[in-house]
Ligand binder design. Structure first.
Ligand code: NAD
Length: 358
């Protein structure tokens, strides 16, 4: 079987880390007898430099002609907020999410066994392990609602942002969470603020309806403020967390920090029809671009998510994750995760070690 992958290396460290993920995918192909073909897609600051806009015409079509998309990262000081919108890399990120209809953002937060000491949590909490999947609604809620700013007669300026959610939007993200839980440890924790917000009360009622339908999955409601506390107190209790856009934005960063390094964490964004988009959670790290210092593991684990969720190759995905753990267990580290006294390896070497471990 041939799988066609759109590659968007992007800016900064993007090209370095995507190259390592491609090496690993090719090693998977050889080991398991699959073939992967790649289509390079220009997007981000590099596209602005080459053709004048960060999201060239035909970008979405090129991606839609593939089975999945792997993105490195886009952005950098060269294309800052002083530039017109169509030249800024962030514009391209929002556009591709919209054009591919990516409403579900999956952010696993996993503490790799060899890196327990990198977690800022108490040792006994980290020892229990962290392996949760945060499912964030990505295209609705307050970030996309109507906004306004106006003068009041007596209180100066006033601003409003509208948070709106429909049953349809809640149900489709809820189903994602329940389906994922069935593939994992069978538990969904739905995060809301139903004691205050009307949108949350609607969210909760739809989730309860789904919980009855997915009666094989254990279900709980968690208030967002309590959830923020539980993620630092006892993250091991969570399997799949599902929540709306803004809560998910904040909680996903909190969950990633408790695992240690942003250089290790992958993500996936999905819609109802292919292709899904896979990318590391970190940015383009312009401070270390082109210096063979970037950690490629988050991108390699993003490729593993692609194998699992887009191509349904779970044995292959497991093999990549095991190879990453084997290399970390053997003590190999890139500079961002090197403990004092450890001589780090570069991006290329880390990629080669993971291929060899496969
Ligand atoms: P960043 O994630 O790029 O970097 C934060 C810090 O983490 C830096 O010190 C960097 O060196 C380090 N770091 C990040 N990834 C690393 C890796 N793989 N290995 C080792 N160290 C790593 O965040 P930032 O500095 O706030 O943003 C830089 C640029 O990236 C900005 O232009 C921002 O807009 C963009 N950005 C893009 C995306 C994306 O493409 N999805 C996401 C976030 C930020």
């Amino acid at each position: 079987m041939n799988y066609k992958i759109a590659l968007i290396p992007g800016d900064g460290i993007g090209p370095d880390i995507v190259k390592q993920a491609v090496k690993v995918l090719n090693a998977v192909g050889e080991k398991f007898g699959h073939s992967f073909s790649y289509v390079d897609v220009l997007m981000g600051g590099c596209a602005t430099d080459a053709v004048g806009v960060s999201y060239p015409e035909g970008t979405a079509e090129a991606c839609k002609a593939c089975d999945a998309v792997l993105l490195g990262a886009v952005g950098g000081p060269k294309w800052g907020s002083d530039k017109p919108a169509q030249q800024r890399p962030e514009t391209a990120l929002l556009a591709i999410r919209k054009d591919l209809g990516l409403y579900a953002n999956l952010r696993p937060a996993t503490l790799r066994p060899a890196l327990k000491s990198a977690s800022p949590l108490k040792r006994e909490t980290a020892e229990k392990g962290i392996d949760l999947m945060l499912v964030r609604e990505l295209t609705g809620g307050i970030y996309f609602g109507k906004r306004d700013k106006y003068q009041t007669p007596d209180r100066g300026l006033e601003a409003t942002d509208l948070m709106a959610y429909s049953e349809m939007e809640i149900e489709r993200i809820g189903r994602r969470a329940f389906e994922l839980a069935r593939l994992r440890r069978g538990k969904v924790s739905s995060v809301d603020k139903a004691n205050v917000l009307e949108t949350s009360r609607l969210w909760r009622s739809v989730m309860h309806r789904l919980a009855e339908e997915y009666s094989d999955v254990v279900y709980e409601d968690v208030l967002v403020d309590n959830c923020a506390m539980q993620i630092v107190k006892d993250p091991g209790q969570f399997d799949v967390l599902v929540t709306e856009n803004m809560f998910g934005d904040i909680l996903s960063d909190e969950a990633s920090m408790v695992t240690g390094s942003i250089g290790l964490l992958p993500s996936a964004s999905m819609g109802d029809s292919a292709p899904a988009l896979y990318e590391p959670i970190h940015g383009s790290a312009p401070d270390i671009a082109g210096q063979d210092k970037a950690n490629p593991i988050a991108t390699i684990l993003s490729a593993a998510m692609m194998l699992r969720y887009s191509f349904h190759l779970s044995a292959e995905a497991d093999a990549v994750e095991r190879a990453v753990d084997a290399v970390l267990d053997a003590g190999w580290r890139t500079p961002d995760i090197a403990e004092p006294g450890v001589t780090p390896v570069g991006t290329e070497k880390m990629g080669a070690l993971i291929c060899a471990a496969l």
